[in-house]
Design a protein around this ligand. Sequence first.
Ligand SMILES: CC(C)(COP(=O)(O)OP(=O)(O)OC[C@H]1O[C@@H](n2cnc3c(N)ncnc32)[C@H](O)[C@@H]1OP(=O)(O)O)[C@@H](O)C(=O)NCCC(=O)NCCS
Length: 273
Amino acid sequence: MQDGATGAVAVGDDGLTGFLLGGSKASGTWGENIWVEGAGQAVTDAETVRDLYAAAATRWAADGRDAHYVLVPAYDTALVDAWFRLGFGQQHVHAVREVPESSSSPAPAKADGVSVRTARREDIPVLAELDLVLPRHQGLSPVFSSGGIPTLQEATEDWEESFDDEGFAYLVAEHEGRVVGAAVGCVLEKSSSHTPLTRPDKAGFLGFAAVLPGARGLGAGRALGEAVLDWTRDEGFTSAATDWRATNLLSSRTWPRLGFRPTFLRLHRRLGH
Ligand SMILES: CC(C)(COP(=O)(O)OP(=O)(O)OC[C@H]1O[C@@H](n2cnc3c(N)ncnc32)[C@H](O)[C@@H]1OP(=O)(O)O)[C@@H](O)C(=O)NCCC(=O)NCCS
């Protein structure tokens, strides 16, 4: 739980029937925020969360915190419904799948000539270009993310510095001999948005994937995702996790096709309108 978390408890005749705790993140991306992380709530009856939120949010709003985020287990439809009836909507999806048992057969590419290989240092210019693809896409409708977009130079410097880091799979997809996409695999603990309770044991992470706009729909994204899954298996992980913006029409349609199933939903509410 974050330092300085505040919240509420619910008490029935026989003792506690629930709690809700939220803390703030420093990042400006999230506005004046309150986050209820995966371990930040438990209720014996889903409806109780509405009373808990009413009590806790009084203070959060008085403190000027008007952007609220909550991680809710995806399987708990009654709890998700209770949050929806508090004015929250679905912003983000965390998901998991088992690792493939043996090397996936080559992806059934929709166009000839799609292949995946390990990235090389000379790929850095296109890797840097691909780093801008995701934040650019998510700045557009209907995601409208306010996340910053690095400059090409910043992205290049970042790649120069991190290229030899251990524990990462840096993969590129080629179409007709030209690099058109990239993906990154690593251990799930490297992701700050997958907090302990939401993390399966021994999980690998599909941490990044992007395909140049003109090369989408050719099978490069699937081939990259499958290559990361093969890497997670070869590294001894027993499951693979990823996450995506629910409003990102491309990733939210691609990753379920690769077998990822939702574990936690991040819901969001902005007060005042
Ligand atoms: C997400 C992304 C990497 C997918 O790459 P891609 O090369 O376009 O994807 P593919 O052509 O391999 O398609 C992957 C699967 O998703 C499905 N899919 C992709 N776009 C779809 C759409 N608009 N509607 C329905 N299904 C879609 C495909 O049918 C395919 O499934 P199948 O192989 O079972 O038929 C790419 O769209 C992208 O770079 N998007 C912008 C950045 C981004 O969102 N990155 C992911 C961050 S989480």
